[in-house]
Design a protein around this ligand. Structure first.
Ligand code: CDP
Length: 240
């Protein structure tokens, strides 16, 4: 009698290694009328980002005479998720817009642009977890495309713990497992500065350190993909 093979449950929902990110794609300069724009895809999560500015800020009382200000708006298309999302802002989108602004704000320098605003619009067109990170990664390329002075690109990925293991780039199925801990993080890879660190779930201090290290390595890979997409855009501009 042939003995039945033990079917071991894959550690990851799609069979990836613990430190393996989903397939990624990036493209810069996708929206002609924006000053800067980019797309970032990780697995089936797709984020588009458009940057407008620096342009004069109205109403005038909101202006800062010492430097420009950054505004970020994150949203998802209604049918980017399996269960239709009600159009318009929500508590979640307001929170994500705020953390996105903080994550990008420390990388850019708007000292040369007093009284102006730089608007960043992020739209998630397809969501399979990790959307705030994909949005930050896309927006960072869009800011560079718009020629905004930056200390470094910001790259973001979600790390966490599923079934007691530290993993990178959780998809929606993994996020929905019982007891999952989700830790979106963003880095400026040149000096390993963290610009976003959120935590949803429980984790020990030691595991958190491991997770952040894994995120740092992942963000280095993302940073290379961002740079490549920007270089491709420069080549296109030269040939236009
Ligand atoms: O997307 P991210 O991981 O940054 O944020 P989240 O609030 O932890 O959302 C995780 C995932 O839940 C999203 O990426 C979507 O796939 C899904 N989601 C959804 O299906 N419907 C919503 N209204 C919001 C999120």
């Amino acid at each position: 009698m042939v003995q039945a093979k033990k079917t071991e449950k894959a550690e990851r929902s799609d069979g990836r290694k613990l430190n393996e990110m989903r397939k990624m794609e990036a493209k810069v300069g996708i929206i002609k009328r924006a000053d800067g724009s980019a797309m970032f895809k990780i697995g089936t999560t797709v984020a588009l980002a458009a940057v407008y500015g620096p342009r004069e800020l109205f109403p005038g009382f909101m202006q800062n005479p010492e430097k420009g200000i950054l505004r970020c708006n994150y949203d998802m298309l209604s049918f980017s998720v399996t269960e239709r999302k009600r159009p318009g802002p929500s508590r979640r989108s307001v929170e994500i817009s705020l953390v996105t602004k903080n994550a990008l704000g420390s990388a850019i320098n708007l000292d040369q642009f007093p009284n102006t605003v730089v608007d960043v619009f992020i739209m998630i067109v397809q969501a399979d977890a990790g959307t705030r990170c994909a949005g930050i990664t896309a927006a960072s390329m869009a800011l560079a495309d718009a020629g905004i002075p930056m200390r470094d690109l910001v790259s973001a990925v979600s790390v966490g713990r599923i079934n007691g293991k530290i993993v990178i780039d959780l998809d929606k199925e993994e996020e929905d497992y019982d007891g999952t801990t989700d830790i979106p993080c963003a880095f400026m890879s040149r000096n390993n500065e963290i610009t976003l660190l959120q935590l949803d779930g429980d984790i020990s201090a030691e595991e958190l350190k491991q997770a952040v290290e894994l995120g740092k390595e992942g963000c280095k890979q993302i940073s290379e993909i961002q740079k490549k997409a920007l270089k491709e855009r420069y080549k296109e501009i030269k040939n236009e």
